[in-house]
Design a protein around this ligand. Sequence first.
Ligand code: FAD
Length: 490
Amino acid sequence: MTLHDYDIGILGGGAAGLTVAAGAAQLGAKTLVIEKGEKLGGDCLHYGCVPSKTLIQTAHVYHLIKNAQRFGLPSVEVKPVDFRKIAERIQGVIRTIQKHDSEERFCSLGAKVEFGDVAFADDHAVHLNGRTVTARNWVIATGSSASIPQVKGLEQTPFLTNRDLYSFEKLPESLVILGAGPIAAEMAQAFCRLGTRVSIIQRGHQILSNEDEDMADLVMEVLKREGVAFYLNAAIVSTRDLGKTKEVVIKTGEGQTSTLQAQALLVALGREANLKGLNLEGIGIPFDAKGLQLDSRLRTVHKHIYGAGDVTGSFQFTHAAGYEGSIVVSNAIFHLPRKANYTFVPWCTYTHPELASIGMNEKRAKAAGIAYSVWTEEFKGNDRSLTEGEEIGKIKMILNDREKPIGVQIIGPRAGDLMGEWVTVMTGGVRLSTLASSVHPYPTLGEINKKVAGAFLSKKIFSPTIRKGLRLFFDLKGRACGMDEIGRNG
Ligand SMILES: Cc1cc2nc3c(=O)[nH]c(=O)nc-3n(C[C@H](O)[C@H](O)[C@H](O)COP(=O)(O)OP(=O)(O)OC[C@H]3O[C@@H](n4cnc5c(N)ncnc54)[C@H](O)[C@@H]3O)c2cc1C
C-alpha cells in the first residue's frame, strides 16, 4: 500500500472544508487543510453570511428608529450613519466567530492547517509552497466568487462585489446593483435603509428568480415602498467610469435605452466556482464555471478526490456546504457509501420580510409535471405578527396528489427560523396531523405552521360526511345560531 503524508487533504478552509476537517480529524484521520487566504472561515465568515447579516441587522435597527411613530413612540430625528462605525461592528462580529474557525482550534481537533497556493501534481499529490504533499483522499472545497459578466466597458469601470461591501469609509450616496438574486435584494434593502439611493437592474421579469412570482413580488413591493428603484426586463448594454460616478446604460424590453448613474456599482450576477489554477485539467477532472462534475457521492472522476461546498454548483449555501462536508466524511473516512440528497435543503433570503423555502414551489412543481395543491395562511391572521407590527407575508404549503407536503415557502418575519419546523416535518416524514395537533406556545409566529397544516385537515374533519355521521350516531342537534338570527334577539 502506498504511503501518503495524510489520510485526507482539503483544499479550502471555508464552511465545507472545515466541516470535513473537523469530522475527519476527530475520527482519527491524519488531516491537512490548505487555505489560499490569510485566515480560515471562507466567504461566509469574511465576505458573505456573517458581514451581510450583521449589516442587515444594523440597517433594521436604524429603520425601526426612523419609524418609531409606528409603534406609538415619539418621532426621532436621526443622524446620518457613520459607516466606519458599522464596519467596526461587522469586523467585531467576524473576530468573535473567527475564534471558532481558528488554526488553533483545528490544531486542537488534530488537523494541520497550512496557508499557500496549491495545485495538483498528480491525483494524490499537490504542490504547496515549493514542496510536494501527498494524501490518500483529497477534497476540493475552494468555494466561489462573484461571476463577472462580459459587459462593454465593465473592465474599465471600477465596480464592487460582495468582498467590498463591508469596509466603506463612507456610506455611498447611490448604488446601482446588477442582478436581483438574494445577495442583491438583501444588500439593496440594507443600503437603502441606511440612506443610499439604490437601483436594481434585472434581466428577467421578476426578482429572486428561483422563487414563485407571488412571493418574490411581495419582497419587491416592500423594497419599492422603502425606496429601491427596480428596472426589470432590462439588458445591461454598457458601463462607463465618469470619475465620481459610474454610468450604466440599459435597454428595456420595449427597446428603450436608459442611462443610470451612481456613486457605486455592485455586480451581483451569480457565482463562479474557484477552480482555476488547481491544475484540474492536468489530472483529468472535468469542471466548468458553475462547478465540478461529481457523482451522487460527491466524487470526481478520481473516486478519492471529492468536491464539497459551492464548487458543487448546486445549493450554494453554508448549511449545504456543511451537509456536503458530512457526506464526504461518511464516504472517505467511514467508507459508508452515502449519496447527497438535496430534496429538503432549505434556504432563506434575509430581506425584511424574509423569504424562506424548502422543497417544491409552484414553479418547480409545474416544471416537474407534478400535480399539487396550495394551502396558504397570512401573517395578518397571526396574533404575534400583529403585536410586532409585522402584517406582511404568508406561508404557502404545497401538497402532492397524495396530500403529502412536498414544499413550503414562507415570506414574513423570521421566516428562516420558522422554516426549521418544516425541515423536521419534511425530512422526518412527520404527518401533517401531528403538526396540526401539536401544542405551540401562544402568541408565536410559529403558530402559522400549525395553522396551515390545520387548515388542510379541518376541511376533512369538519366535512358534511363527518357531521352527518356524528348526528346519526350521537344524536347531535345541529346549528344553534345562523347569520340570519344575529340581532333578532337584541
Ligand atoms: C454576500 C453573501 C451572503 C451570503 N449569505 C448567506 C447566508 O445568509 N446563508 C447561507 O447559507 N449562505 C450564504 N452565502 C453563501 C455562503 O457564503 C457559501 O455558500 C459558503 O461560504 C460556501 O462554503 P464553501 O466552503 O464552499 O466556500 P467558502 O466558504 O468560500 O470557502 C472556500 C475557501 O477556499 C479558499 N480557496 C479558494 N481557492 C483556493 C485554492 N486554490 N487553494 C486553497 N484554498 C482556496 C478560499 O479562500 C476560502 O477560504 C452568502 C454568500 C455571499 C457572497
